[in-house]
Ligand binder design. Sequence first.
Ligand code: ASP
Length: 305
Amino acid sequence: MRKQETALVIHGGAGFICDQEIYRVSLGVVLSSGKERLLAGDSALDVVEHCVKMLEDDPVFNAGRGSVLNDKGRVEMDAAIMDGKDMSAGAVAAVSNIRNPVCLARKVMADGRHILLIGEGAMEFAEASGVAMENDEYFITDARVQQWEATVKNGGIALDHSEVSRERKLGTVGAVALDSMGNVAATTSTGGLVNKKFGRVGDSPIIGAGIFADNGTCAVSCTGIGEHILRISLAKMVSDYMLIGGCSLKEAARETIEYFRRRIGGDGGFIAVGNDGEIAFEHTTPQMIYGYADRFGEVGIFDRN
Ligand code: ASP
């Protein structure tokens, strides 16, 4: 059997990014590690989990360590993972003290009884499943405290990369991949919006909104204001344009972002990989942090649209 070409795309959030250089190194390390695993024959599902776990551990991103703070000055995180092979999925919302929310989402998926666990129930499940936990100090960085104080002073709720929080160059993370067996998978993980209400859940852990994967079409991971993305199930819309509309991945991505802009006036974007290895990135925000290792062996960061 001929080996399928592989492809990987990762993102680190959308918005106003004033210093791209800070992300180049981080994304480069994650991309080459993920690419290596794909070439070694690892599944898309394992690779997207691996990449997002690395991004969660890096405090420059708004996920895992370095997550933004809510209106109580605390970290509450959302994450999801989806396998395009059988369309199984797992997600957690409003969880604290979980070192890698993406791994907890994967455990929910493996457990198989439910798709989405939240708050206290998710915490109980986390303890039983043995995922790594950390105390508050691990998550709350000085940069996040300063960003939160500035946002509170402005009386707002902000996208991590908004003009208000422009001094803090950090963002939600995600990954999509196609593996050598022809399977696609997606993950998204976030600390949410700066100064969000305690208990608020965004698009990231909602299947179809912040994440979607189907071997029949594509895998998608979104970033941006969850209240905008949730209203049109942004991730699934890309897949629907392919499945129902007969579009290629790139056409589907363009149609979706245009609809998002026109109907919602939405702030956000997404990365996507098609089941043929085609890749796409779209955003309505001034910038989006992303990198890719495409099916032709080309690797790039911030340099394509
Ligand atoms: N989509 C995330 C949320 O609304 C935030 C982000 O992508 O930066 O929770």
